[in-house]
Design a protein around this ligand. Structure first.
Ligand SMILES: NC(=O)c1ccc[n+]([C@@H]2O[C@H](COP(=O)([O-])OP(=O)(O)OC[C@H]3O[C@@H](n4cnc5c(N)ncnc54)[C@H](OP(=O)(O)O)[C@@H]3O)[C@@H](O)[C@H]2O)c1
Length: 369
Protein backbone atom coordinates (compact mmCIF):
# COMPACT_ATOMS: atom_id res chain seq x y z
CA UNK A 1 0.00 0.00 0.00
CA UNK A 2 1.03 3.62 -0.36
CA UNK A 3 1.39 5.04 3.14
CA UNK A 4 1.84 8.66 4.19
CA UNK A 5 3.46 8.92 7.63
CA UNK A 6 2.87 12.32 9.16
CA UNK A 7 5.29 12.53 12.08
CA UNK A 8 8.61 10.72 12.01
CA UNK A 9 9.57 10.59 15.69
CA UNK A 10 9.77 7.53 17.91
CA UNK A 11 6.42 6.07 16.83
CA UNK A 12 6.00 7.43 13.28
CA UNK A 13 9.63 6.63 12.46
CA UNK A 14 9.31 3.06 13.72
CA UNK A 15 6.02 2.52 11.90
CA UNK A 16 7.53 3.90 8.69
CA UNK A 17 10.58 1.66 8.95
CA UNK A 18 8.61 -1.49 9.72
CA UNK A 19 6.01 -0.81 7.01
CA UNK A 20 8.73 -0.24 4.42
CA UNK A 21 10.39 -3.47 5.55
CA UNK A 22 7.06 -5.22 5.00
CA UNK A 23 7.04 -4.01 1.38
CA UNK A 24 4.88 -0.88 1.54
CA UNK A 25 5.71 2.41 -0.17
CA UNK A 26 6.10 4.86 2.69
CA UNK A 27 6.44 8.64 2.48
CA UNK A 28 7.58 10.23 5.74
CA UNK A 29 7.04 13.82 6.77
CA UNK A 30 7.80 15.86 9.85
CA UNK A 31 7.57 19.49 10.90
CA UNK A 32 11.10 20.44 9.79
CA UNK A 33 10.73 19.26 6.20
CA UNK A 34 12.12 16.52 3.92
CA UNK A 35 15.72 17.73 4.12
CA UNK A 36 15.86 16.68 7.77
CA UNK A 37 14.65 13.17 6.83
CA UNK A 38 17.07 12.36 4.00
CA UNK A 39 19.36 10.16 6.08
CA UNK A 40 16.44 8.40 7.80
CA UNK A 41 14.82 7.73 4.42
CA UNK A 42 18.05 6.31 3.02
CA UNK A 43 18.45 3.96 5.97
CA UNK A 44 14.86 2.75 6.02
CA UNK A 45 13.88 2.59 2.36
CA UNK A 46 11.24 5.29 2.81
CA UNK A 47 10.71 8.55 0.90
CA UNK A 48 11.36 11.88 2.62
CA UNK A 49 8.38 14.14 1.85
CA UNK A 50 6.47 17.21 2.80
CA UNK A 51 3.27 16.66 4.75
CA UNK A 52 1.32 17.61 1.61
CA UNK A 53 3.14 15.05 -0.57
CA UNK A 54 2.87 12.32 2.03
CA UNK A 55 -0.88 12.89 2.25
CA UNK A 56 -1.73 13.34 -1.42
CA UNK A 57 0.08 10.17 -2.58
CA UNK A 58 -1.34 7.91 0.12
CA UNK A 59 -3.99 5.23 0.36
CA UNK A 60 -3.47 5.28 4.12
CA UNK A 61 -2.28 8.31 6.10
CA UNK A 62 -1.00 7.82 9.63
CA UNK A 63 -0.96 10.74 12.02
CA UNK A 64 1.82 10.14 14.54
CA UNK A 65 2.15 13.54 16.20
CA UNK A 66 2.04 14.69 19.79
CA UNK A 67 -1.69 15.17 20.40
CA UNK A 68 -1.42 18.93 20.96
CA UNK A 69 0.23 19.38 17.53
CA UNK A 70 -2.61 17.86 15.53
CA UNK A 71 -4.49 21.17 15.09
CA UNK A 72 -1.35 22.58 13.44
CA UNK A 73 -1.87 20.27 10.42
CA UNK A 74 -3.36 21.98 7.37
CA UNK A 75 -7.09 21.22 7.54
CA UNK A 76 -7.97 21.64 3.84
CA UNK A 77 -5.39 19.02 2.94
CA UNK A 78 -7.35 16.21 4.56
CA UNK A 79 -10.75 17.56 3.60
CA UNK A 80 -9.97 17.47 -0.13
CA UNK A 81 -8.60 13.90 -0.26
CA UNK A 82 -10.63 11.18 -2.04
CA UNK A 83 -13.13 9.45 0.21
CA UNK A 84 -11.29 6.14 -0.17
CA UNK A 85 -8.23 7.41 1.71
CA UNK A 86 -7.95 5.96 5.21
CA UNK A 87 -6.63 8.05 8.06
CA UNK A 88 -5.15 6.41 11.14
CA UNK A 89 -4.81 8.25 14.42
CA UNK A 90 -1.76 6.92 16.27
CA UNK A 91 -1.75 9.63 18.91
CA UNK A 92 -2.48 9.68 22.65
CA UNK A 93 -3.54 12.50 24.93
CA UNK A 94 -1.18 13.24 27.84
CA UNK A 95 -2.46 16.51 29.35
CA UNK A 96 -0.17 16.84 32.36
CA UNK A 97 3.06 15.58 30.80
CA UNK A 98 3.03 16.85 27.22
CA UNK A 99 -0.16 18.19 25.69
CA UNK A 100 -1.71 20.51 28.28
CA UNK A 101 -5.40 20.15 29.15
CA UNK A 102 -7.84 20.46 26.24
CA UNK A 103 -11.36 21.01 27.68
CA UNK A 104 -13.16 19.44 24.69
CA UNK A 105 -11.13 16.26 25.06
CA UNK A 106 -11.70 16.11 28.81
CA UNK A 107 -15.44 16.11 28.05
CA UNK A 108 -15.31 13.27 25.48
CA UNK A 109 -13.89 9.92 26.51
CA UNK A 110 -12.82 8.98 22.95
CA UNK A 111 -9.81 11.21 22.17
CA UNK A 112 -9.83 10.27 18.49
CA UNK A 113 -13.27 11.86 18.05
CA UNK A 114 -11.56 15.19 18.81
CA UNK A 115 -8.86 14.31 16.23
CA UNK A 116 -11.59 13.66 13.64
CA UNK A 117 -13.00 17.11 14.28
CA UNK A 118 -9.57 18.72 13.97
CA UNK A 119 -8.81 17.25 10.56
CA UNK A 120 -12.41 17.10 9.31
CA UNK A 121 -12.22 13.39 8.34
CA UNK A 122 -13.11 10.01 9.86
CA UNK A 123 -10.18 8.22 11.48
CA UNK A 124 -9.33 4.72 12.67
CA UNK A 125 -7.52 4.61 15.99
CA UNK A 126 -4.66 2.10 15.86
CA UNK A 127 -0.99 1.64 16.75
CA UNK A 128 -1.46 4.02 19.71
CA UNK A 129 -1.36 1.19 22.24
CA UNK A 130 2.02 -0.36 21.53
CA UNK A 131 5.37 1.22 22.33
CA UNK A 132 7.80 1.89 19.51
CA UNK A 133 10.14 -0.59 21.16
CA UNK A 134 7.62 -3.46 21.04
CA UNK A 135 6.53 -2.42 17.56
CA UNK A 136 10.08 -2.76 16.33
CA UNK A 137 11.03 -5.96 18.16
CA UNK A 138 8.04 -8.14 18.96
CA UNK A 139 6.25 -8.79 15.65
CA UNK A 140 5.82 -12.50 14.87
CA UNK A 141 4.66 -14.45 11.79
CA UNK A 142 0.95 -15.32 11.48
CA UNK A 143 0.07 -18.35 13.60
CA UNK A 144 2.85 -17.89 16.21
CA UNK A 145 1.55 -19.17 19.51
CA UNK A 146 1.67 -15.96 21.58
CA UNK A 147 1.52 -13.35 18.84
CA UNK A 148 0.74 -9.91 20.26
CA UNK A 149 -2.62 -8.44 19.22
CA UNK A 150 -3.36 -4.75 18.63
CA UNK A 151 -6.77 -3.11 18.95
CA UNK A 152 -8.31 -0.86 16.33
CA UNK A 153 -11.51 1.16 16.42
CA UNK A 154 -13.36 3.17 13.79
CA UNK A 155 -16.63 3.71 12.00
CA UNK A 156 -15.83 2.73 8.39
CA UNK A 157 -15.51 -0.97 7.55
CA UNK A 158 -13.25 -0.51 4.51
CA UNK A 159 -10.84 1.64 6.52
CA UNK A 160 -10.64 -0.98 9.25
CA UNK A 161 -9.93 -3.75 6.72
CA UNK A 162 -6.91 -1.85 5.43
CA UNK A 163 -5.61 -1.12 8.91
CA UNK A 164 -6.12 -4.75 9.97
CA UNK A 165 -3.96 -5.83 7.05
CA UNK A 166 -1.21 -3.40 8.01
CA UNK A 167 -1.29 -4.61 11.63
CA UNK A 168 -0.81 -8.17 10.35
CA UNK A 169 1.93 -7.15 7.95
CA UNK A 170 3.88 -5.78 10.93
CA UNK A 171 3.62 -9.10 12.77
CA UNK A 172 0.60 -8.62 15.04
CA UNK A 173 -2.96 -9.96 15.25
CA UNK A 174 -5.71 -7.37 15.05
CA UNK A 175 -8.72 -6.96 17.32
CA UNK A 176 -11.52 -4.75 16.02
CA UNK A 177 -13.08 -3.29 19.17
CA UNK A 178 -15.93 -1.48 17.39
CA UNK A 179 -16.81 2.08 16.56
CA UNK A 180 -14.59 5.08 17.24
CA UNK A 181 -16.69 5.90 20.30
CA UNK A 182 -15.29 2.70 21.85
CA UNK A 183 -11.68 3.69 21.23
CA UNK A 184 -11.28 4.97 24.82
CA UNK A 185 -10.85 1.26 25.67
CA UNK A 186 -7.40 1.32 24.07
CA UNK A 187 -6.28 4.69 25.46
CA UNK A 188 -3.62 5.34 28.14
CA UNK A 189 -4.64 4.09 31.58
CA UNK A 190 -6.60 1.07 30.33
CA UNK A 191 -5.47 -2.56 30.62
CA UNK A 192 -5.05 -2.84 26.83
CA UNK A 193 -2.59 0.05 26.66
CA UNK A 194 0.99 -0.97 25.95
CA UNK A 195 0.69 -4.33 27.68
CA UNK A 196 1.66 -6.56 24.72
CA UNK A 197 -1.19 -9.04 25.14
CA UNK A 198 -2.15 -11.90 22.86
CA UNK A 199 -5.57 -11.92 21.17
CA UNK A 200 -7.47 -13.67 23.93
CA UNK A 201 -5.99 -11.58 26.75
CA UNK A 202 -6.43 -8.37 24.75
CA UNK A 203 -10.10 -9.12 24.24
CA UNK A 204 -10.54 -9.59 28.01
CA UNK A 205 -8.51 -6.42 28.71
CA UNK A 206 -10.64 -4.31 26.34
CA UNK A 207 -13.81 -5.55 28.05
CA UNK A 208 -12.35 -4.86 31.49
CA UNK A 209 -11.49 -1.21 30.66
CA UNK A 210 -12.89 1.19 33.26
CA UNK A 211 -13.36 4.84 32.34
CA UNK A 212 -13.36 5.93 35.96
CA UNK A 213 -9.86 4.61 36.69
CA UNK A 214 -8.25 5.22 33.27
CA UNK A 215 -7.55 8.92 33.87
CA UNK A 216 -5.90 8.35 37.25
CA UNK A 217 -3.77 5.51 35.87
CA UNK A 218 -2.72 7.64 32.89
CA UNK A 219 -1.71 10.39 35.32
CA UNK A 220 0.37 7.93 37.36
CA UNK A 221 2.23 7.02 34.20
CA UNK A 222 2.66 10.71 33.32
CA UNK A 223 4.20 11.36 36.74
CA UNK A 224 6.76 8.61 36.05
CA UNK A 225 7.63 10.27 32.73
CA UNK A 226 7.83 13.75 34.26
CA UNK A 227 10.17 12.38 36.96
CA UNK A 228 12.69 11.60 34.19
CA UNK A 229 13.23 15.34 33.70
CA UNK A 230 12.96 17.55 30.62
CA UNK A 231 16.04 16.14 28.87
CA UNK A 232 14.83 12.54 28.71
CA UNK A 233 14.99 11.03 25.24
CA UNK A 234 11.85 9.57 23.59
CA UNK A 235 13.34 6.10 24.12
CA UNK A 236 13.82 6.71 27.86
CA UNK A 237 10.20 7.84 28.07
CA UNK A 238 9.05 4.74 26.21
CA UNK A 239 11.12 2.56 28.54
CA UNK A 240 9.63 4.09 31.68
CA UNK A 241 6.11 3.79 30.21
CA UNK A 242 6.81 0.18 29.40
CA UNK A 243 7.99 -0.53 32.93
CA UNK A 244 4.81 1.03 34.21
CA UNK A 245 2.39 -0.82 31.96
CA UNK A 246 3.98 -3.95 30.61
CA UNK A 247 2.86 -7.34 31.79
CA UNK A 248 5.59 -9.96 31.79
CA UNK A 249 5.51 -11.73 28.44
CA UNK A 250 4.76 -15.41 28.61
CA UNK A 251 7.80 -16.22 26.56
CA UNK A 252 10.73 -14.22 25.26
CA UNK A 253 10.58 -13.52 21.56
CA UNK A 254 12.68 -15.95 19.56
CA UNK A 255 15.96 -14.48 18.46
CA UNK A 256 16.32 -13.54 14.83
CA UNK A 257 18.91 -15.61 13.03
CA UNK A 258 21.46 -15.12 10.27
CA UNK A 259 23.18 -17.88 8.30
CA UNK A 260 25.71 -17.47 5.54
CA UNK A 261 28.77 -18.95 3.88
CA UNK A 262 32.02 -17.01 3.53
CA UNK A 263 34.73 -18.40 1.21
CA UNK A 264 38.20 -18.46 2.78
CA UNK A 265 40.87 -16.88 0.58
CA UNK A 266 43.41 -19.40 -0.79
CA UNK A 267 46.08 -20.30 1.78
CA UNK A 268 44.26 -18.67 4.71
CA UNK A 269 42.61 -21.71 6.31
CA UNK A 270 45.26 -22.10 9.05
CA UNK A 271 44.93 -18.40 9.86
CA UNK A 272 41.15 -18.84 10.12
CA UNK A 273 41.64 -21.70 12.61
CA UNK A 274 44.03 -19.58 14.73
CA UNK A 275 41.52 -16.69 14.59
CA UNK A 276 38.77 -18.94 16.01
CA UNK A 277 41.08 -20.43 18.63
CA UNK A 278 42.04 -16.95 19.83
CA UNK A 279 38.40 -15.98 20.26
CA UNK A 280 37.52 -18.99 22.37
CA UNK A 281 40.97 -18.89 24.09
CA UNK A 282 42.99 -15.82 25.08
CA UNK A 283 40.49 -13.28 23.72
CA UNK A 284 37.42 -15.01 25.09
CA UNK A 285 36.33 -12.29 27.53
CA UNK A 286 36.67 -9.56 24.84
CA UNK A 287 34.83 -11.81 22.36
CA UNK A 288 31.97 -12.35 24.80
CA UNK A 289 31.82 -8.66 25.70
CA UNK A 290 31.60 -7.79 22.00
CA UNK A 291 28.77 -10.29 21.47
CA UNK A 292 26.94 -8.82 24.44
CA UNK A 293 27.37 -5.27 23.12
CA UNK A 294 25.97 -6.26 19.73
CA UNK A 295 23.10 -8.30 21.20
CA UNK A 296 24.41 -11.61 19.81
CA UNK A 297 23.16 -14.62 21.76
CA UNK A 298 24.62 -17.38 19.61
CA UNK A 299 27.63 -17.44 17.28
CA UNK A 300 28.52 -20.58 15.38
CA UNK A 301 31.29 -21.01 12.80
CA UNK A 302 32.30 -24.23 11.05
CA UNK A 303 34.91 -25.05 8.45
CA UNK A 304 33.63 -26.75 5.30
CA UNK A 305 35.97 -28.11 2.63
CA UNK A 306 34.51 -27.99 -0.86
CA UNK A 307 35.92 -28.80 -4.30
CA UNK A 308 36.02 -25.03 -4.94
CA UNK A 309 38.02 -24.34 -1.76
CA UNK A 310 37.43 -23.96 1.98
CA UNK A 311 34.48 -21.96 3.25
CA UNK A 312 33.23 -20.87 6.68
CA UNK A 313 29.62 -21.63 7.55
CA UNK A 314 28.37 -18.96 9.96
CA UNK A 315 25.20 -18.95 12.02
CA UNK A 316 24.19 -16.09 14.36
CA UNK A 317 21.26 -15.45 16.66
CA UNK A 318 20.58 -11.94 17.93
CA UNK A 319 17.72 -9.66 18.91
CA UNK A 320 18.33 -7.45 15.89
CA UNK A 321 20.51 -8.75 13.04
CA UNK A 322 20.84 -5.42 11.10
CA UNK A 323 22.05 -3.84 14.38
CA UNK A 324 24.78 -6.50 14.61
CA UNK A 325 26.13 -5.56 11.19
CA UNK A 326 25.83 -1.82 11.91
CA UNK A 327 27.85 -2.52 15.08
CA UNK A 328 30.49 -4.50 13.19
CA UNK A 329 30.81 -1.62 10.73
CA UNK A 330 31.09 1.28 13.15
CA UNK A 331 32.57 -0.01 16.43
CA UNK A 332 35.96 1.39 17.43
CA UNK A 333 36.37 -1.08 20.34
CA UNK A 334 39.87 -2.62 19.95
CA UNK A 335 38.48 -6.18 19.78
CA UNK A 336 35.94 -5.24 17.07
CA UNK A 337 38.62 -3.43 15.04
CA UNK A 338 40.87 -6.53 15.25
CA UNK A 339 37.91 -8.76 14.34
CA UNK A 340 37.13 -6.68 11.24
CA UNK A 341 40.77 -6.75 10.15
CA UNK A 342 40.90 -10.56 10.49
CA UNK A 343 37.73 -11.00 8.45
CA UNK A 344 39.09 -8.75 5.73
CA UNK A 345 42.37 -10.63 5.65
CA UNK A 346 40.88 -14.14 5.75
CA UNK A 347 37.69 -13.69 3.69
CA UNK A 348 38.38 -10.49 1.77
CA UNK A 349 35.12 -9.06 3.17
CA UNK A 350 35.24 -5.50 4.52
CA UNK A 351 32.79 -5.27 7.42
CA UNK A 352 33.58 -1.58 7.97
CA UNK A 353 31.47 -0.95 4.85
CA UNK A 354 27.71 -1.43 4.54
CA UNK A 355 26.90 -4.94 3.30
CA UNK A 356 27.01 -5.06 -0.52
CA UNK A 357 23.55 -6.66 -0.75
CA UNK A 358 20.51 -7.35 1.42
CA UNK A 359 20.67 -9.74 4.39
CA UNK A 360 19.73 -13.35 3.49
CA UNK A 361 16.01 -13.87 3.07
CA UNK A 362 14.70 -16.58 5.41
CA UNK A 363 12.37 -19.11 3.76
CA UNK A 364 12.07 -21.70 6.55
CA UNK A 365 12.62 -21.13 10.28
CA UNK A 366 10.86 -24.01 12.01
CA UNK A 367 11.48 -24.98 15.60
CA UNK A 368 9.68 -27.09 18.17
CA UNK A 369 7.75 -24.96 20.63
N1 LIG B 1 6.67 6.74 21.24
C1 LIG B 1 5.88 5.71 21.42
O1 LIG B 1 6.31 4.60 21.82
C2 LIG B 1 4.41 5.86 21.14
C3 LIG B 1 3.61 4.72 21.22
C4 LIG B 1 2.26 4.82 20.90
C5 LIG B 1 1.72 6.03 20.54
N2 LIG B 1 2.52 7.13 20.52
C6 LIG B 1 1.88 8.41 20.16
O2 LIG B 1 2.34 8.79 18.87
C7 LIG B 1 2.43 10.21 18.79
C8 LIG B 1 3.86 10.57 18.39
O3 LIG B 1 4.72 10.16 19.44
P1 LIG B 1 6.29 10.09 19.26
O4 LIG B 1 6.81 9.42 20.49
O5 LIG B 1 6.61 9.53 17.92
O6 LIG B 1 6.65 11.65 19.30
P2 LIG B 1 8.02 12.35 18.89
O7 LIG B 1 9.15 11.37 18.95
O8 LIG B 1 8.10 13.59 19.70
O9 LIG B 1 7.80 12.75 17.34
C9 LIG B 1 6.83 13.68 16.96
C10 LIG B 1 6.90 13.88 15.46
O10 LIG B 1 5.82 14.73 15.07
C11 LIG B 1 6.34 15.68 14.12
N3 LIG B 1 5.47 16.87 14.09
C12 LIG B 1 5.02 17.65 15.08
N4 LIG B 1 4.18 18.60 14.59
C13 LIG B 1 4.11 18.42 13.25
C14 LIG B 1 3.42 19.05 12.20
N5 LIG B 1 2.62 20.09 12.39
N6 LIG B 1 3.60 18.59 10.93
C15 LIG B 1 4.40 17.52 10.69
N7 LIG B 1 5.07 16.87 11.66
C16 LIG B 1 4.93 17.30 12.93
C17 LIG B 1 7.73 15.97 14.66
O11 LIG B 1 8.48 16.60 13.65
P3 LIG B 1 9.86 17.35 14.03
O12 LIG B 1 10.79 16.28 14.54
O13 LIG B 1 10.32 17.94 12.75
O14 LIG B 1 9.50 18.36 15.10
C18 LIG B 1 8.19 14.54 14.97
O15 LIG B 1 8.62 13.90 13.79
C19 LIG B 1 2.06 10.77 20.16
O16 LIG B 1 0.73 11.18 20.16
C20 LIG B 1 2.27 9.56 21.08
O17 LIG B 1 1.47 9.63 22.25
C21 LIG B 1 3.85 7.08 20.79
Amino acid sequence: MRIGMVGAGAQGGTLAKQLAKAGHEVRVANRRGPQSLQEFAKQTGTIASTVEDAATHAEVIMIALPFKDIPSLPKPLFKDLPDSVTIVDVSNYYPSWRDGPIPEVEADPAESEWVERQIGRPVVKAFNSITSDSLQNLGEPVGSSDRIALPLAGDRVEDKKKVAKLINDLGFDELDIGSLSQSWRQQPGTPAYCTDLDLESLSAAVNAADRRTATEKREEQSRAIVALGPNATPLERVKVSSLYFHQPRKREKHMASFASVFPILPGKTEQWKRFCQEMVGPRRSEYEASNKRLGITRDFAALQQTPQGDVTVVYLEAQDIPRVFEGYASSQEPFDVWYREQLKDIHGVDFSQPLPGPLPEVFIDWRAR
